[in-house]
Design a protein around this ligand. Sequence first.
Ligand code: PEP
Length: 232
Amino acid sequence: MLIAGNWKMFKGPAETAGFCLELRRADVSGIEVVVCPPFVSLATAVQLLAGTDIAVAAQNVHWDADGAFTGEVSAPMLRELGVYGAIVGHSERRQYFGETDETVARRTEAALAAGLSVIACVGETETQRERGETEDVLRRQVSVLPADEQLVVAYEPVWAIGTGKSATADIAQEAHGFIKSLLDVPVLYGGSVKPDNAAELLAQPAVDGALVGGASLDVDSFTAICRASIRS
Ligand code: PEP
């Protein structure tokens, strides 16, 4: 069971330090926990979580090692910082920053080749679900991802992200089963996971963990979700 917290564009280095010190004191032993701060806060998180089992991942990674790519950060640079992995293809990047299946594939391959773990996000929009296109969308998004031991897929239905409207446990189970039939990797569920719905979602046999956005910003709610994964 892997519980990852995607902080999105929240928490600079000072807030990150406070969060990490509190997280160190919380009991999350026996759970695979990852926090994903913004780039500027990665070094602080790596330093303050050193010596714990809590890993630190970035929210994006470029496909080249270096070059004229203003605003981007490469996999070797993240490795140098002591970062363990990266999220790739989050729906907010697909929606606002022109991320495509092709760029998701390039980022994923480069990150894996550099020795980073990857959490690759897939998921349908509300319109796609209403039109019965969910499986086609997932098939297309998953088809560009390589089978790799360091790859985890996060099923994040776009209509559930940041809306407070989580997928039902049955919807998550069905989508995860479909993704696993395409690619044999662990699949996390993401989309309005909160302390009060985590246990039910995480109890589904095809749900291997959670990618948590909003509820990962507060140590108490994040650790409550982490603990729910033990009981599931
Ligand atoms: C996310 O950012 O990946 C996410 C799932 O957000 P939230 O939990 O806030 O819906």
